[in-house]
Design a protein around this ligand. Structure first.
Ligand code: FES
Ligand code: MG
Length: 582
């Protein structure tokens, strides 16, 4: 049992919720009476722990649409343990439907959830998430309030099944798009595949960003063991939800807070586990943002250094063959933790009340094709996400080696520059397009402030001309992100981004660029004087908006290497009870 009692007591009369429901006189009546209109009996106000259940679901966020059903199971557990559960909605961010990108709203979700947790009578909170941005957004909120919290993700969809073949969300969209463009698949078959791909509740079942972040929540110790892998429709997820309801009440009793769980050691575990999973590059940005809320020192270089001695063990799409359902049946995350053994801080505390290694001790691997042994890995150590630097990326850029083509990892070629994805796609099918297999496609103005929101547009489909020649991959460099379900030799998160005057803004058609992943460099072969002349002539793009969230976001967003949080949201404001409202 880990205890965080050194953080100070959270029990009895000091409970936050008693400032509301235990209040005397007029204000107590205001706090209780309106709650009673939901039919609660007297004892809910007797000083028991009040547990908020943050539900980031809606019908517009399909990956999270079932979360209110999971909340019902959490409530059972909270009642069982003598707590008082209260479900509340937080921003539901649907990755596939939100424009210009769900990432534009991750920080807004984090800010909303943080404020709701602090402003309401709760002593602890269960965070229900699923789709890509909802997991990091809620962890950021939990970090900044530092109230006892436990996360349960909504689980992946069942494996996609198309004509006898397993197909993965996202990954097969890109594959099928290429098949259709190359004339090997009909539009009708492609549209039939839509329903074959998404056939149950849940988030993407590839090792895309949602699965990655669910695993990161478990690796950080914020999600109970196996919570990341049970399919969304698996009854065990609902049983886990009930247990989580009981468990959050204990976390409140012992005042176990996110800052006790999410330490530097926990982040080191998460980074190494992500390398073993072959997880999404988006984890880099999200983990940096979460760490920033906790004051944990974490830098882009930690991701490269910590991952260098970790082989890829998991054979999941987009880089591999299998899907989350297979990962679940093969043994889930504890089986990977067991395999990594001494590479991890096994004694790191978790919300389960036992250290990370406890679940791993009893974990069994049932499928060595899906989870490889560490001495016969899928990919050798050092082939995970690499951090590049150079005069084209002074603050860094990343490339997912496992999603890249080995022959392009050391490459020199001439730049063909596009100011936007729209500009590129307008000519991508032109048979006369001036590109060849060695061309380096530069796509800019896709960073946090540039698009805005840093969308997943970096892995632009190859020009038809090259596809027709049988070219399967080419080097692309962008200041945006790439879907965790995508693949290709794509240099991402180039910082500083073009829109704030980063060197990417200065590249011109025909410039030579070299990528050397083993040496971790990204270089623009243009001399400094010429770059200075170009910089002097550069003018910043017009603001995206004069008002509202977009203006605030663009003015205050940090670069990718700092997690793309808003500068004034870094850090914590705690969970002190605010002043009276009446
Ligand atoms: Fe929601 Fe992939 S789109 S998890
Ligand atoms: Mg995604």
């Amino acid at each position: 049992m880990n205890s965080a009692d050194e953080h100070g007591g959270g029990n009895g009369p000091d409970r936050r919720s008693t400032h509301w429901f235990g209040a005397r006189g007029r204000s107590g009546m205001l706090y209780r009476s309106w709650m009673r209109n939901q039919g609660f009996s007297d004892e809910v106000f007797d000083g028991r722990p009040v547990i908020g259940i943050a539900v980031s679901g809606s019908e517009l966020a399909p990956c999270n649409a079932h979360l209110s059903r999971i909340a019902e199971s959490v409530k059972r557990g909270v009642w069982q343990a003598g707590g008082f559960p209260l479900e509340f909605p937080v921003m539901a961010l649907g990755e596939t439907v939100l424009r210009p990108t769900a990432m534009l709203y991750r920080n807004l979700l984090a800010m909303e959830a943080e404020e709701l947790i602090r402003a309401n009578p709760m002593d602890g909170v269960v965070l229900l998430s699923g789709c890509d941005k909802t997991t990091p957004g809620l962890l950021m909120a939990a970090a900044s309030t530092d109230l006892p919290a436990l996360m349960l993700t909504g689980g992946p969809m069942l494996n996609g099944k198309f004509r006898g073949e397993d197909i993965g969300s996202g990954t097969h969209v890109w594959k099928f798009e290429e098949e259709v463009r190359a004339g090997r698949m009909t539009e009708a078959d492609c549209s039939f595949a839509e329903s074959c791909m998404s056939r149950s509740n849940g988030h993407c079942m590839t090792m895309g960003t949602a699965s990655t972040m669910a695993c990161m929540a478990e690796a950080l110790g914020m999600q109970p063991p196996y919570g990341s892998t049970w399919p969304a429709v698996d009854a065990r997820r609902y049983a886990a939800a009930q247990r989580s309801g009981r468990r959050i009440v204990e976390l409140v009793e012992h005042d176990v807070r996110p800052s006790f769980i999410m330490t530097r050691e926990a982040f080191e575990n998460a980074i190494r586990i992500n390398a073993a999973l072959g997880g999404s590059t988006n984890a880099v940005i999200h983990l940096l943002a979460i760490a920033g809320r906790l004051g944990v020192e974490l830098s882009l270089d930690d991701f490269d250094e910590l991952a260098r001695d970790v082989p890829t063990l998991l054979d999941l799409m987009p880089s591999g063959r299998f899907l989350m359902e297979d990962f679940c049946y093969a043994g889930g995350l504890p089986a990977v933790v067991a395999e990594l053994g001494g590479l991890l801080h096994g004694d790191a505390p978790t919300v389960a009340g036992e250290p990370l290694e406890a679940a791993a001790r009893t974990a069994e691997c049932h499928d060595r094709e899906v989870i490889r042994p560490i001495d016969a890995p899928l990919q050798p150590a050092g082939t995970g996400t690499a951090v590049l630097r150079g005069n084209l990326a002074p603050s860094g850029a990343v490339v997912k080696q496992s999603a890249a083509s080995p022959h392009l990892l050391v490459h020199r070629g001439r730049a063909r520059v596009f100011e936007s994805p729209e500009e590129y796609y307008a000519v991508a099918d032109d048979p006369e397009l001036d590109v060849d297999a060695d061309t380096v496609l530069v796509l800019r103005n896709c960073g946090p402030a540039g698009y805005p929101g840093m969308p997943e547009v970096s892995n632009v489909a190859l020009p038809s001309k090259l596809l027709n020649e049988g070219v399967g991959d080419m080097v692309r460099i962008c200041d945006g992100r790439m879907s965790g379900t995508a693949y290709g030799t794509v240099v991402l998160h180039t910082a500083p981004e073009a829109a704030v005057g980063g060197p990417l803004a200065l590249v011109r058609d025909g410039d030579e660029i070299s990528l050397d992943v083993p040496a971790r460099t990204l270089s623009l072969h243009v001399d400094d004087d010429e770059l200075e002349r170009r910089r002097a002539a550069w003018t910043p793009p017009r603001p995206h908006s004069e008002r509202g969230w977009v203006r605030l976001y663009c003015e205050r967003v940090l670069q990718a290497d700092q997690g793309a949080d808003l500068d004034f949201l870094v850090g914590s404001s705690g969970h002190e009870v605010p002043r009276e409202s009446h």
